[in-house]
Design a protein around this ligand. Structure first.
Ligand code: CP
Length: 322
């Protein structure tokens, strides 16, 4: 494979997951994102980089943060951005995912950004199209840009991920955010603790390179980062918790449980948050500790970096250089 001088450290056509990426590749994506954080704080946020390129956002599941930030990211890079409305599309007449993707592919997009309820759907689609594909969340599998924006938020606050103790708490089994974050944090040298009831942990937890806790105060002791997860009721088939009240009592983040973490421990949540379920409202809104709004800001920068790098890589590939 020839080296693409624009992106020597990220040579892939797609971004489908964090699993399998090296420390250098993750660092390259974070370093590029850093440039866009500064640009997004200027009055003039727009650059000409992707003029003439087409980005299609194809979301089969609801989204506020990811869809809006991908749209904004594409617009700030001057790409033509289409948000395909699945609710008003031929999918409602029975067209399949692959036929939909092939139809869009025939219109020569450069990048497809896809969110789908089934794990593996974006991988399948990426094998069929000749543009770049970004996974914006597939089932309970991966949400790579969320993990990147979380890492960027932590890196900007703490300087480095290496050696940090990160407690990921709550509904791990249904969470693509948890899966992508575990891969990223372990690769970058952080110590990851999963804190959850047995019913909300995946069976593969032993192979993940993490420590497991079933008690919040034990899992949060002296940790640097507390990452809370939403209870994903839409992915639950049956009862995973006795009641919301009991779940909040034992696993909801409040000041009492937080008191055992480091005094400057950061509170994170990918959103949307269920206030009073996995996190107390006052803790979520305590902006001396909570970086939830900062995570959203970093999301735009990360998505600009991913569009930038993948647009360059697909162009190099089409020119036969990659
Ligand atoms: N964190 C996240 O993916 O949020 P949305 O569902 O709003 O995109």
């Amino acid at each position: 494979m020839a080296t693409n001088p624009a992106n020597p450290n990220y040579q892939h056509r797609h971004l489908l997951g964090i699993e399998g990426l090296s420390r250098q590749e993750i660092t390259a994506l974070l370093d590029k994102s850093e440039q866009y954080v500064e640009q997004n704080r200027q009055a003039d946020k727009k650059v000409d980089l992707l003029r003439g390129r087409t980005v299609v956002n194809l979301f089969f599941e609801n989204s506020t943060r990811t869809l809006t930030s991908f749209e904004l990211a594409g617009m700030r890079l001057s790409a033509d951005v289409i948000n395909m409305s699945v609710a008003n599309s031929a999918i409602k007449k029975g067209e399949t995912l692959i036929d939909t993707a092939m139809t869009l592919n025939a219109m020569h997009p450069d990048i497809l950004v896809v969110r789908h309820g089934e794990s593996g759907a974006t991988q399948l689609l990426a094998e069929k199209v000749n543009c770049a594909v970004i996974n914006a969340g597939d089932g309970s599998h991966e949400h790579p840009t969320q993990a990147l924006l979380d890492a960027l938020t932590i890196r900007r606050r703490r300087g480095d991920l290496e050696g940090l103790v990160v407690a990921i708490c709550g509904d791990i089994v249904h969470s693509r955010v948890a899966r992508s974050n575990i891969h990223l944090l372990v690769t970058m040298g952080a110590r990851v603790r999963l804190v959850a009831p047995l019913t909300l942990l995946p069976s593969s937890v032993a192979q993940m390179g993490v420590e497991v806790f079933h008690d919040m105060k034990k899992g949060l002791e002296d940790c640097d980062i507390v990452m809370m997860l939403r209870l994903q009721n839409e992915r639950m088939d049956g009862n995973f918790i006795p009641s919301i009240r009991e779940y909040f009592l034992f696993f909801g983040l409040d000041y009492d449980k937080l008191s055992v973490a480091k005094p400057d421990a950061l509170i994170m949540h990918p959103g949307p948050a269920n206030r009073g379920v996995e996190i107390d409202s006052v803790v979520a809104d305590d902006f001396s500790r909570s970086v939830i709004r900062e995570q959203v800001e970093m999301g735009v920068a990360v998505r600009m970096a991913c569009l930038d790098i993948l647009a360059q890589n697909i162009q190099e590939e089409r020119l036969g250089n990659l």
